[in-house]
Design a protein around this ligand. Structure first.
Ligand SMILES: *Cc1c(COP(=O)(O)O)cnc(C)c1O
Length: 379
């Protein structure tokens, strides 16, 4: 089956007893051991609605196993249980702010070591490897600067040096790129974003085809317990059915918005992998089906950025991304405020940077709104 068909059907055959087409929401904590025939015992361990989502997620990423979590951070935290005290992880330097915070402020306290390097330069990744390095952690495209990591090169390095390779595929979604196909070991998602797609759930996921990694993570999923409710699993499944439809519109609208913004004089830089000016446009063409729904752009300073935001009437000022409604935010004071200022600046997250999650509205209305922002910022 092809992608859109899998999105709608994988894990979701009509329910045998009633024929219900939509997966039932099994709000139950436990199961009668006298009556049940499928081995369900307790809903932290397994639940039929969650199972449907896990099968669906695996099918989307073309992996063997999916695991669902209560948030993207819960999924990421659970992956950390693959590591032991003293282990070293090489991490992309502009990963999601919450991932950075978890690694630095919590996991380092348990004796894990993290080194943040620029994953657009494989020589730097290789140079950061030590005897105790156990994992490579990438995001592609990254947040908020839309930098790419070369999936094929990363998987190759991981295999050569016997490292677990993890890719946070939240921004691209499996509609645009499937890291496991390149030999990456583990894919992680915040289903809160494009997979859910309607800004109405917090959720996370892990997909892998490695049996050993999967059985360790399934054990940890149950042992740690950061599982999603059956209702949230239902909403994630419902959102995923339209993922291909939504992604087409997100990508088309984002490309138009990026082209528009790149012609505005007061905007210093536009970061979007679909623009020919993006330093990794070729790599994006090679490993992504289209270029995603997030566009970041830089005004000269914070005052101009704030003026831009203040003039918008349609695009909502808010954190998060990937919903059908357009959202815009100021990374330096919002999503990336937990990254120390010096580090932010050295990573290129300036005070004038805005991150725009382009929604599925009519693109003319979005361009009109951007026009208001540009005018107010004096561009
Ligand atoms: C949002 C996000 C996360 C964290 O997910 P939550 O669902 O908010 O816990 C992780 N990685 C990326 C790339 C994200 O955008």
């Amino acid at each position: 089956m092809r992608f859109a068909t899998r999105a709608i059907h994988a894990g979701q055959e009509p329910e045998p007893r009633t024929g219900a087409v939509s997966v039932p929401i099994y709000m139950t904590s436990t199961y009668s051991q006298a009556v049940g025939k499928e081995g369900y015992e307790y809903s932290r361990t397994q639940n039929p609605t969650r199972k449907a989502l896990e099968v669906n997620l695996a099918a989307l990423e073309e992996g063997d196993h999916g695991l669902a979590f209560s948030s993207g951070m819960a999924a990421i935290t659970t992956i950390m249980t693959l590591l032991k005290k003293g282990d070293h992880v090489v991490v992309a330097d502009d990963v999601y702010g919450g991932t950075h915070r978890l690694f630095r402020e919590i996991m380092e306290g348990y004796g894990l070591h993290f080194e943040f390097v620029d994953f657009t330069r494989m020589v730097e990744v290789e140079a950061a490897l030590r005897d105790n390095t156990k994992m490579l952690w990438a995001e592609t495209p990254t947040n908020p600067l839309l930098k790419l990591a070369d999936l094929k090169a990363l998987a190759k390095l991981g295999k050569e040096r016997n490292l677990i390779t993890v890719v946070d595929n939240t921004f691209a979604t499996p509609y645009l790129q499937r890291p496991l196909e390149y030999g990456i070991d583990v894919v992680v998602h915040s289903t809160t974003k494009y997979l859910g797609g309607h800004s109405d759930i917090i959720g996370g996921a892990i997909v892998t085809s490695d049996e050993d990694i999967h059985s360790r993570l399934r054990f940890s999923q149950n042992a740690v317990g950061a599982i999603p409710s059956p209702f949230d699993c239902f909403l994630a499944l419902r959102g995923i059915k339209t993922l291909p439809l939504r992604m087409k519109v997100h990508c088309a609208n984002a490309l138009e918005a990026a082209s528009f913004l790149s012609k505005v004089e007061g905007i210093l830089r536009v970061h979007y992998p679909g623009l020919e000016t993006h330093p990794q446009h070729r790599l994006a063409q090679a490993q992504m089906r289209a270029f995603g729904g997030v566009v970041s752009f830089e005004l000269s300073d914070e005052a101009r950025a704030k003026a831009f935001l203040g003039a918008l009437k349609l695009i909502i000022l808010g954190e998060s991304l990937g919903g059908v409604e357009s959202l815009i935010e100021h990374p330096a004071s919002m999503t990336h405020a937990s990254v120390p200022r010096e580090e932010r600046e050295s990573r290129g997250i300036s005070e004038g940077l805005l991150r725009f999650s382009v929604g599925c509205e009519d693109v003319e209305d979005l361009l009109d709104d951007l026009e208001r922002g540009v005018h107010a910022a004096g561009g």
